[in-house]
Design a binder for this molecule. Structure first.
Ligand SMILES: [Zn+2]
Length: 223
């Protein structure tokens, strides 16, 4: 057994169960990962919906409730190695259900975190996922194009829609985006789309032709 395995025993990417001989997933979750079809949040070509009018399409892999332990470990326990596995899962679901998400974009952008959070956490979880999606079809992934210029609270913590909208308003800025870019915007969680929509808005104002959103989870709220 490797020392690393003793210090950090391999756990299932989705449920966190300790693994024996299995790789990446426990047997229950492997089935779930292999069969995942993904969730359609906003279909390409649909009319503008409230909160998300700058987004051309939005897809997710799992409902948040089905993957929340995994996301928690990924983000807050520094489970850095999970990025690759979860990113690969996003790639396989995109290939199966939303292949345009891999083929159409000219550029992959992670939803950025503020630099103070970057110092605290040491990595942007969205960038780890974005890297896998970009590499799948040899597309460029840029971390510096889209920046979070305002410190914001987690959207999931905010109950009221007005709070969520004002929390992310004017929170993002874009530099050096090639006009006509077709952007794949990647994040871990899609709540109401307010964050992704603000990112898409600054990208479109900077000349992006389309912005498509792909997240690991969707925590859908009704309001
Ligand atoms: Zn599992």
């Amino acid at each position: 057994m490797k020392l690393l395995d003793l210090l950090f025993p391999p756990r299932c990417l989705l449920c966190g169960a300790l693994l024996g001989k299995e790789k990446e997933y426990c047997s229950d979750c492997r089935k779930k990962a292999e069969e995942a079809k993904g969730l359609v949040l906003k279909r390409f070509g649909d009319g503008a919906v409230l909160d998300a009018k700058y987004i051309d399409s939005a897809m997710a892999v799992f409902d948040y409730e089905d993957i929340k332990e995994s996301i928690f470990r990924f983000k807050f326990h520094g489970a850095y190695g999970m990025g690759k596995g979860l990113g690969e899962l996003m790639v396989s679901v995109a290939r199966r259900s939303f292949p345009y998400l891999l083929h159409r974009p000219t550029l992959v952008l992670p939803v950025p975190i503020h630099k103070s959070r970057m110092r605290q956490r040491g990595f942007n979880q969205a960038a780890l996922l974005a890297k896998e999606l970009a590499d799948a079809e040899g597309k460029p992934m840029e971390e510096a194009v889209l920046r979070r210029v305002k410190e914001t609270r987690a959207q999931m913590e905010l109950e009221r829609k007005e709070e969520r909208l004002s929390n992310v308003k004017d929170a993002f800025a874009v530099t050096d985006l090639a006009p006509g870019s077709i952007v794949l915007l990647v994040d871990d969680i899609y709540t109401t789309g307010a964050t992704a929509n603000q990112c898409a808005k600054v990208c479109k104002k900077a000349g992006a032709a389309e912005v498509h959103v792909f997240t690991l989870a969707a925590a859908r709220r009704k309001d």
